[in-house]
Design a protein around this ligand. Structure first.
Ligand SMILES: *Cc1c(COP(=O)(O)O)cnc(C)c1O
Length: 241
């Protein structure tokens, strides 16, 4: 196959995948009593070449997510991001906060008080406010970062007071589950936590975004209340590292 035809084929795969996913998101939104446009559809672009990311943006994707600071900064100048949003979704090392603050629309992966304080400090320095989500380790997994569920509220209250930061919601990656019922228990726990915190009307805390659901589980995630799904391999194919 020539290089040209390989690229064309990949472009049409991306178009087909986006169409399918959009339909499934719309159906799940309606089933759960919401409108299709109530769900943010993020294209997760880690390891994906800029040419293909730009194609997804041309096809109507309005939000992308990268999980590494360096990769985001390297690709950003080559992307057609006019009017589109870009979020950081991977663990942020405190010493990289200065590089990413001001370069993304949201940091979804705030997993410690320490990193929140550094994001706040760098935001104040640059005279801006950084939107963040708190990452919750909903499955209490040692391999994952994020706040333990019982510590979310207390950390949230402290983080909400940090100047330069606006808390916009919660993010989670549940454990790999063989059964959908088990998976939905994690999603439901997240949804209940989200609603519960919202009802407390904590100053400077806006529970607008519940970020959960990836390629393998975005439909159940939406059915359980997610309004922000992060989808990579189902759009772009398996990642080649
Ligand atoms: C890679 C990644 C995703 C997307 O994963 P897929 O299974 O390819 O859809 C979502 N969220 C985070 C935080 C990721 O790092």
């Amino acid at each position: 196959m020539t290089e040209k035809s390989w690229i064309d084929e990949k472009f049409s795969d991306i178009e087909y995948n986006l169409k399918t996913i959009n339909e499934e998101i719309a159906e799940a939104a309606i089933k759960s009593g919401r409108k299709p446009e109530d769900i943010d559809f993020m294209a997760v672009t880690k390891t994906v070449d800029e040419m293909f990311i730009n194609h997804a943006l041309d096809c109507g994707i309005n939000l992308i997510g990268e999980n590494k600071v360096q990769e985001m900064l390297r690709k950003k100048p080559n992307l057609n991001l006019d009017g589109k949003k870009k979020n950081l979704i991977g663990h942020l090392q405190t010493n990289k906060a200065s590089q990413i603050v001001g370069e993304v629309d949201m940091i979804e992966s705030v997993d410690s008080l320490k990193v929140a304080k550094e994001i706040g400090k760098q935001s104040v320095k640059k005279d801006l406010i950084t939107d963040i989500l708190l990452e919750v380790n909903i499955g209490r997994e040692e391999s994952k970062t994020g706040f333990m569920p019982e510590l979310v509220e207390e950390n949230l209250c402290e983080i909400a007071e940090i100047p330069g930061i606006r808390v916009c919601g919660l993010m989670a990656i549940p454990p790999i589950c063989n059964e959908n019922t088990k998976l939905c228990e994690f999603f439901e726990k997240m949804y209940n936590m989200y609603v519960d915190i919202e009802s407390k009307k904590i100053d400077n805390v806006y529970m607008n975004i519940l970020s959960m659901g990836m390629s393998g589980d975005y439909v159940p995630a939406i059915l359980c209340g997610s309004n922000h799904v992060r989808i990579g391999s189902k759009i772009f194919g398996p990642r080649i590292y």
